[in-house]
Each structure stands twice: as C-alpha cells, then as structure tokens.
Design a protein around this ligand. Sequence first.
Ligand code: UDP
Ligand code: MN
Length: 254
Amino acid sequence: MTTIYVITPTYARATQKADLIRLSQTLQHITDVHWIVVEDANATSKLVTNVLKRSKLLYTQLSIRTPAFLLRQKKEPKWKKPRGVAQRNRALLWLRENIQLKKSNGVVYFADDDNTYDKDLFNKFRNTKRVSVWPVGLVGGLRFEGPRCNNGKITGWRVVFDPNRPFPFDMAGFAINLELILENYQAHFSSSVAPGYLESSLLSSLVQDKTQLETITPNCREILVWHTTTARAHLNREPYVKAAKTLEDDKVEV
Ligand code: UDP
Ligand code: MN
C-alpha cells in the first residue's frame, strides 16, 4: 500500500484546536496515512501533541518559526505574504532525511488545517504517478477552480486569477509522488514569489509544465476539497467572566 504523507502547517490561535481536531478526525477515516504537522513556533506545543496522540494516527510533530520578514504586518492584507512556507519546506526536509527512496511507496499532499476534506479524496490521489491535480471548491474567487478534463485528459483550466501562472491552482488541489520529491532534493517552496505563485515555485522543479499533470477522476467535476476559512473567534467578553476560579479556567484547553 502507498503511504499518504499529509503535510499540515499550523499556528497558534483561538481556533487552532478546533481546526486540527476536524482534520484529524477526517484523516482517521483513511488507511496508511502519515500525518506530518509542522507548527509555526520555536518549539512544539502540548495542545498539538494532545491532538496528535488522541488521533491514533501515525504522525510526526515538528516546528519552525516563520522568519520575521515574512510575518504579516498590522493592516497588511492576508494575501500579501505567503503563509506556511517555512513549515511545508521543513516537512519536505524531514521526508528527505527520514524516508528511503525505493523502500516505500508514498504520495505527498499539503493539507492546510482549515480546509474541508471529503474522506474520499485521499484514495483517489493515492496512486499518483508523478503529480496529480483536481478542482478545489470555494477558491480563486470562484465556486470552484481547477482543471477541466475529458476521459482523464486535461483539456483546459477553470481559473480567472492570473491564469498565466505555470501551475494555476491551489495548494489543496494537487498531490506529488514521494519519489519525485526525494529525487529532486532541491525542490522547495519559495517565499519570495508573487502572490499565487507558491504552488508554481515547487512544481516547476518537479514537472515540465501543466500539460504533464495527471487527473484523479475522469471528468474533473467532482469537488472533494473546499478552501474554507475559519472565522476568527471573538473573545472580548473573557475579562468579564464572573468566577473565583478564573485561573483554573485558563488551564482549560480550548
Ligand atoms: N499558517 C502558519 N503560519 C501563519 C499563518 C498560517 O503556519 O502565520 C498555516 C495555517 O495554519 C494553514 C496554512 O498555513 O495551515 C495556510 O494559512 P491560512 O489558512 O491562514 O491561509 P489561506 O488559506 O487564507 O491562504
Ligand atoms: Mn486556509
């Protein structure tokens, strides 16, 4: 069986545990998964360890802090700077240092912690030979964005935002055969690219162009992943909780 390496960057915020629990319980439906969670922090956290342990999944917990120059400034729009780059690259390094080529079949998928995944997605891309691609819901300002195809052959792309990108699709919309990642040990995400070019920065070192990609369903019309975003939690009434045991409350993991 081919192992699916699911790479998830994650950072501390009020909704982190809720997002990670949801993803972990999706992954519990999948066989032969190895979940690589990379925290955007100097050290791994208890909260994330607890989610991983409880998941009963095979996992690796890593951490690396996003360098200061890539942190979002106050009032700076979200899309200006790429997110999760150092973390995904850290996971690629872990694969190259820990997994031996030929010993194991694998496929790599980058699963952000706040997206919504249909459990059927994973077995559809498990047999990716090089790089496979599929449509993603609710992204790129569209109901869905991604390849158009016919009998498994890509015929075009449903994309409006910068369609001239070498690989004009979202992080959640492709998977890569592990061998390709291990063979091309220099391939990585570049943080200095224009918005929307993060996916292209990795894939350009792995495949010639977007005509070389595989599909996972005959007609590319099944949406199995959605680029959802979790609303920010409002905690403004916390200071007014009437209880003698506020300090005990602070120990409650939410
Ligand atoms: N992320 C991170 N550090 C950050 C911001 C985001 O590690 O400072 C992670 C986040 O947990 C998610 C991924 O990077 O798994 C993409 O971030 P986000 O979902 O905020 O971006 P969007 O989906 O809006 O592009
Ligand atoms: Mn997201």
